[in-house]
Design a protein around this ligand. Structure first.
Ligand SMILES: [Zn+2]
Length: 72
C-alpha cells in the first residue's frame, strides 16, 4: 500500500489487541469492561481469530502515520 501523503510504500504490520480493535469517535467513552466493543466503535478488519486480535495496519515511518481498514 502506498502512503497517501508521500506516495512511498508503507510497511505492513498489525495492531495487536486483547479485544477486537476498533476506532472510537471523539467524545465517546471507552467502556469500563475493555472486552466490549461499544456501539459507537468502528471495528477494524482483523487478520486472524487467534487469542490476540490483530488488525492489519500500514505504517509510513516518514509521515509517522498508521492506516488500518475497517469492517464493511
Ligand atoms: Zn508517507
Amino acid at each position: 500500500m502506498e502512503c497517501p501523503y508521500c506516495n512511498e510504500e508503507m510497511k505492513k504490520g498489525t495492531l495487536p489487541n486483547e479485544t477486537h480493535p476498533y476506532w472510537l469517535p471523539e467524545g465517546k467513552k471507552a467502556p469500563f469492561f475493555r472486552l466490549v466493543v461499544p456501539k459507537a466503535g468502528v471495528r477494524l478488519v482483523v487478520e486472524d481469530s487467534a487469542v490476540w486480535q490483530k488488525a492489519t495496519a500500514f505504517y509510513c515511518p516518514k509521515c509517522k502515520i498508521v492506516i488500518a481498514r475497517t469492517e464493511e
